[in-house]
Design a protein around this ligand. Structure first.
Ligand code: DX5
Ligand code: ZN
Length: 221
């Protein structure tokens, strides 16, 4: 299980996105881009035109997390634009199998995200269709919220489900990942860690990425 860190630019300076991406480019495995539409979540960020521009300016592979209504309509275009990974929410997708297959068909990794209150077991049949499961460890919409420990048992159950499916699916956690919480998420079985405020509010974002990686690797054993 290789630990990966995906800094979220939600907490970066939106007027300097390319520079903010470059600040973590030597340290991060992915750049996590939170697309919010003010309908699926009560916040509005950016969409496909900004992602297309960023893809030209950024070397780190892009991990697009779509917190939008009707991801079936929009998700394949992010993959087609060149995002390395595109994640849709289970609560929003109406035809998840078709959408996940379209994402893969465009050459990207397909992710399925579950909110803290969404049962993993309802989506167990979709696991063979995904390259990554994303378990939200806060209610989606905003950076800087506290990690929800109630999600830890679900992380453990997801790790077991993935092991039963063959073990190659990544298990991402997103929300409240800090030097105080990363270890228990890693111990529970997460291997991809999204971190927004703990990276971009740090004085040295690249060093913050490395510190989170070292802690997660230690805890994962
Ligand atoms: C929240 C977003 C997260 C956010 C995490 O809905 O999906 O990616 O940037 O921010 P932190 O790490 O500050 O909780
Ligand atoms: Zn996110």
């Amino acid at each position: 299980m290789a630990i990966q860190i995906s800094p979220s630019i939600l907490s970066a300076d939106f007027a300097r996105l390319a520079d903010e991406a470059a600040a973590v480019s030597g340290a991060a495995d992915w750049l996590h881009v939170d697309v919010m539409d003010n309908h699926f979540v009560p916040n509005l960020t950016l969409g496909l035109p900004v992602v297309e521009s960023l893809l030209k300016a950024v070397t780190v592979p892009m991990d697009c997390h779509l917190m939008i209504e009707d991801p079936d309509r929009w998700a394949p275009a992010y993959a087609e634009a060149g995002a390395g990974s595109v994640t849709v929410h289970a609560e929003a997708a109406r035809s998840p199998v078709r959408t996940l297959r379209e994402i893969r068909g465009q050459g990207a990794r397909a992710g399925l995200a579950l909110n803290p209150g969404t049962a993993l077991e309802s989506y167990a049949d979709l696991v063979p269709e995904v390259d990554m499961l994303l378990l939200m460890t806060v209610e989606p919409g905003f950076g800087g919220q506290r990690f929800l420990d109630i999600v830890l048992p679900k992380i453990r159950r997801a790790r077991e489900l993935i092991a039963a499916t063959g073990g190659s699916i990544w298990l991402q956690v997103d929300g409240g990942i800090t030097d105080e919480t990363v270890e228990r998420a890693a111990e529970a079985g997460a291997d991809v860690f999204v971190a927004g405020s703990s990276v971009y509010k740090a004085e040295d974002p690249a060093a913050a990425v490395q510190a989170l990686r070292a802690q997660a690797e230690k805890a994962a054993g």
